[in-house]
Design a protein around this ligand. Structure first.
Ligand code: FAD
Length: 313
């Protein structure tokens, strides 16, 4: 890869990055898009996406992302399998290091996504997508969880939201938390604990997800941290809601972020550095959906186009 001076560099090819690519390409900005190690982003890891508008029968996640990439390329976006390793945003044009090469950019759209935190259990890993999930909004309505006992792990706002959402589908929702009170905001905690379908399990952690031999979730082993007593809780699904880690380490100390590393937006998709825009889950700890990421990608592309337009006028 030669040294380049680009109008628009988009970092990441999830829903946010590829939507930004479609819009900036259609605006004749000839964007270059770096995929990182996960071309297509997180959605490629799921088989069926049932809530992306326009697909009444659902669509395979990999297929949806392949279509988004083709759509962006049709208008001239250049998608390159490469990872941004460093970013110098101290002055414009910005300088990125991409797989060891220098790339110069007038504007940057950051859409690097966020990874969910795991419990770190081997059984959790082995039963991923076989009853273990990290997104109630994405998976809660699946037939396998209907009228079944479900388990949510976590004690923050997200865990409470997931638990409440799951009461629409599950027979009982056990909320397992390592402390004896929820970390969530007061109103959220009160609403959660007042829900008759939600049963808190305090001072406890999941030590094993059952049952790897059956290749599906049938329950969890839990341990009370105060008494060390272990028990088994029958359930058909384990929803892990212990937080997300945004892929924003590259920008630490340069771009404003919250205490968990999510990039802060000022006006629209602007960051505190003029010419750097942000979209998708790396800047959103609330909604974390394909369609919201895509919407933010659209907004970032429009903001970027207007920013460049104002400079050139
Ligand atoms: C199993 C699973 C199922 C899901 N199901 C649904 C669903 O049914 N419906 C729904 O709406 N949502 C679903 N989601 C959530 C959805 O996948 C995310 O909200 C969405 O992918 C966020 O898009 P994004 O573009 O912000 O980030 P991501 O999809 O996470 O993409 C981030 C991109 O950035 C790239 N990247 C990161 N760092 C760098 C770097 N340094 N250099 C270059 N590139 C980089 C990555 O390689 C990747 O291409 C699901 C998530 C998971 C994990």
């Amino acid at each position: 890869m030669e040294n380049k001076s680009e109008d628009v560099v988009i970092i990441g090819t999830g829903c946010a990055g590829l939507t930004a690519a479609i819009y900036t390409a259609r605006a004749n900005l000839n964007p270059i898009v770096f995929t990182g190690t996960m071309p297509g982003g997180l959605l490629t890891t799921t088989s069926i996406v049932e809530n992306f508008p326009g697909f009444p029968d659902g669509i395979d996640g990999y297929e949806l992302m392949t279509k988004l990439q083709k759509q962006a390329e049709r208008f001239g976006a250049r998608v390159e399998f490469a990872t941004v390793e460093a970013a110098d945003l101290s002055k414009r044009p910005f300088v990125l290091t991409v797989d060891g090469e220098r790339v110069v950019a007038k504007t940057i759209i950051i859409s690097t996504g966020a990874g969910h935190r795991h419990l770190g259990l081997e059984s959790e890993h082995l039963l991923d997508k076989k009853g273990v999930t990290y997104c109630a909004t994405c998976d809660g309505a699946l037939p396998m969880f209907r009228n079944q006992p479900l388990v949510v792990v976590g004690g923050g706002d997200s865990a409470c939201e997931e638990a409440q959402y799951l009461t629409r589908f599950g027979s009982t929702v056990y909320l397992i938390h390592r402390r004896d009170s929820l970390r969530a905001s007061k109103i959220m905690a009160e609403r959660t604990l007042a829900n008759p379908k939600i049963k808190p399990v305090w001072d406890s952690v999941v030590t094993e997800v059952l049952d790897v031999k059956q290749d599906k979730v049938t329950g969890v082993r839990i341990k009370n941290l105060k008494t060390n007593v272990e028990a088994t809780l029958d359930c058909a699904g384990l929803f892990v809601a212990i937080g997300h880690t945004p892929n924003t380490q590259l920008f630490k100390g340069v771009l404003d972020m919250d205490e968990n590393g999510f990039l802060k937006r000022t006006e629209g998709s602007h960051t505190n550095v003029p010419g750097v825009f942000v979209a998708g889950d790396c800047s959103d700890h609330v909604y974390r959906q394909a369609i919201t990421a895509a919407g933010m990608g659209c907004a970032a592309a429009i903001d970027c186009e207007r920013f460049l337009g104002a400079e050139n006028s």
